[in-house]
Design a protein around this ligand. Structure first.
Ligand code: FEO
Ligand code: CA
Ligand code: CA
Ligand code: CA
Length: 641
């Protein structure tokens, strides 16, 4: 549907080959620089802390696992206009690699994401300060970054430099505020909570604030010793597990920093709860989109509950139009989950726009019809099937009924199930073409979709490599409740095979210049150049024959007018490429390398000799550190030309 538009020369660079090197390669004529490594002090950015990190050091340092990010030009009020040499780089820290963080991990056989524990009188425990380090490694960093006279970029000291972590107090706004769902020991009136976790992609509001999105938060909590139907539905439908949580924060031992209760809350088992340790509502305070004002270093982040509760990958806005509603999209990244849209009740006016626009409106979920049309199904309490009583005889009222708009929002997935949304192949990032209003979403892969479960929007079963879907709202009205869609490209190899073969936006089979897998990060620049970032899981990358030909994760660019795709960048060992934004002059591009070195084996880690196995960016025998990569064109030109 790019047809009919002018077709500017968008892809002026030479495609580069796949790579399994432990370095970042970029197209000829471009250069890269490392910026904002995990562990760099935010108060004194000249200091890069050595690993391991104490809890206090990590609280003052850039977090780990860099993900979605935006460059806010300094002293500007528009998030895309202003200085191209000075700004606030704001980024998410999705999760952490405990074995690289702690002194107690050294020498132990630990795989990625495994935590060091110890036994105390028959109980598994964790060192409290190690828990603090991990919680402080999560969240968001706000960093003043400036281009230096020598042309390189640096993080510099600034009063706005800030860490938002898994412990930062936050306000709850929107329909869920003050309801029984979010009353906790920390906030008996249900208006506050602490922290944000698993912040994957992000969003940028038209009023110059940052949105950070809580994706795989459910795994950070535990419920009870055995999973079962008696878990509350607001835990169960999201996968709050039995047993031990992802990092076992609830197992923290005696805590010198008085955060004991903030750690204990990750045990959300209602049956185990006494009045003093009843944390059953803590998981209900997660799964939201959180608004942060990067220019207000003491501002309290706000969880915007009207945008729904699910595994939010990210948020992307349609360009704001004076007097029209604000419209945004968000994907729920889990197998067979949904794509959502929010339309504000109040119109956008530049002079008065603010986060309150996200507190009233309508949340919709997408249904993709087989014929290339689609509709947005409203999740409005009291309408249709979202009512307090069963509609059909024999229905289980606990699972299908809703008692308030807050109930619909806390249980967004159940409401979307109920209205008949289309299960998708893991919706990750979205992007809006600023010149056409067309919306693109990456569907990263879905190995659990069977041959018999395909539909025209998710046409492969299984879908090992993913695809990119695109739609246009009817009448080019962002608030429309109907749309037309097509598939922009199928990711995959060069085999031409219906399951594994990739196809570009012109219908041509992919080649060595553009094979890719597991599209995740996505951004469309002001010229309509589409930037596509890869996230093959570190458990399959360079190992599984299905993915081996892809090499390391990388980044490609696509031309929506011609459908052509070219590989622009390849990353180092073990990482995924994620996060992408340019300065407003498009002459500096920032991307992130997340979890370099994740593929280091437990045995290699224990041996202490990991040289050559994922040591970016410091090299030698160092642990990998997530960091930003600054990309410039050697002739000073626009990135991509
Ligand atoms: Fe955190 Fe869906 O990627
Ligand atoms: Ca992602
Ligand atoms: Ca991903
Ligand atoms: Ca990731």
């Amino acid at each position: 549907s790019g047809a009919g538009r002018e077709s500017p020369m968008l892809l002026g660079f030479e495609a580069i080959p796949v790579s399994e090197d432990d370095t970042v390669h970029v197209a000829p004529g471009y250069s890269t620089q490392v910026l904002a490594e995990w562990g760099r002090s935010v108060s004194n950015p000249g200091i890069l802390y050595d690993l391991p990190l104490t809890g206090a050091q990590q609280g003052d340092a850039i977090g780990s696992h860099h993900d979605g990010m935006h460059f806010f030009p300094i002293e500007a009020t528009d998030p895309y206009e202003g200085s191209s040499t000075d700004g606030l780089l704001v980024m998410n820290h999705e999760y952490v690699e405990p074995r690289y963080m702690h002194a107690s991990a050294i020498g132990q056989e630990l795989t990625r994401s495994q935590v060091p524990t110890y036994m105390d009188g028959g109980s598994v425990r964790r060192v409290a300060d190690e828990v603090l380090t991990e919680m402080n490694g999560h969240g968001v960093s706000v960093l003043r970054v400036q281009k230096q006279v020598n042309g390189t970029w640096a993080v510099v000291a600034d009063a706005r430099n800030r860490r938002v972590t898994a412990l930062t107090p936050m306000e709850i706004r929107g329909p869920v505020r003050g309801t029984d769902f979010v009353r906790t020991k920390f906030s008996p009136d249900g208006t506050m909570t602490r922290g944000t976790i698993n912040n994957c992609a992000h969003g940028v509001t038209p009023w110059n604030t940052y949105l950070t999105c809580e994706e795989n938060w459910a795994g950070y909590f535990r419920n009870r010793d055995n999973s079962g139907d008696d878990q509350p539905r607001e835990h169960q439908r999201y996968g709050v597990r039995a047993g031990i949580s992802r990092y076992g924060w609830e197992l923290a031992d005696a805590d010198p920093a008085s955060n004991q209760e903030a750690y204990a809350r990750f045990n959300a088992a209602p049956l185990a709860a006494s009045a003093s340790d009843d944390y059953r509502n803590e998981p209900n305070a997660f799964g939201w989109v959180v608004e942060i004002d990067p220019f207000g270093p003491s501002s309290v982040p706000i969880k915007r509950t009207h945008l729904g509760r699910f595994a939010h990958e990210g948020v992307v806005f349609q360009p704001a139009v004076e007097g029209q509603p604000v419209v945004l999209y968000s994907g729920d990244d889990a197998r067979n989950e949904y794509i959502y849209k929010f339309v504000s009740a109040q119109p956008y006016h530049r002079a008065t726009a603010g986060g309150h626009l996200l507190d009233s409106g309508t949340l919709y979920v997408a249904r993709f019809h087989e014929d290339g049309t689609g509709e947005w199904l409203p999740l409005i309490w009291g309408q249709g099937l979202l009512v307090p009583q069963p509609i059909n005889q024999g229905e289980d009222p606990d699972c299908t009924c809703f008692h308030s708009q807050a109930d619909v929002l806390v249980n967004t997935r159940l409401a979307a199930d109920r209205v008949g949304a289309t299960p998708m192949d893991r919706p990750e990032w979205g992007a809006v073409d600023p010149n056409s209003g067309e919306v693109y979403f990456t569907l990263t892969n879905n190995t659990s979709r069977s041959e018999g479960q395909t539909d025209s929007a998710n046409p492969r079963g299984p879908n090992p490599h993913g695809h990119i879907i695109r739609w246009r709202e009817d009448d080019n009205n962002p608030a429309a409740t109907t749309f037309t869609w097509d598939i922009f490209a199928m990711a995959g190899d060069a085999s031409g095979d219906p399951i594994s073969g990739g196809v570009d936006g012109a219908g041509n089979p992919l080649t060595g210049d553009n094979i890719f897998s597991s599209p995740d990060g996505l951004w469309i620049d002001p010229d309509s150049r589409i930037w596509i970032q890869m996230d093959m899981s570190e458990s399959v990358m360079n190992v599984s024959p299905v993915y081996a030909m892809m090499g390391n994760n990388g980044m490609l660019a696509a031309n929506p007018f011609t459908g052509e795709i070219r590989r622009f960048l390849t990353g180092s060992l073990g990482q995924e490429i994620t996060g992408v934004i340019s300065t407003s002059d498009q002459r500096t591009l920032f991307i992130n390398q997340q979890h370099p070195g994740a593929t280091v084996s437990a045995a290699d880690f224990a041996s202490g000799d990991i040289a050559g196995k994922g040591n970016w960016p410091l090299g030698g025998n160092h642990y990998g550190r997530s960091a930003t990569v600054v990309i410039t064109k050697d002739d000073g030109g626009v990135i991509g030309t």
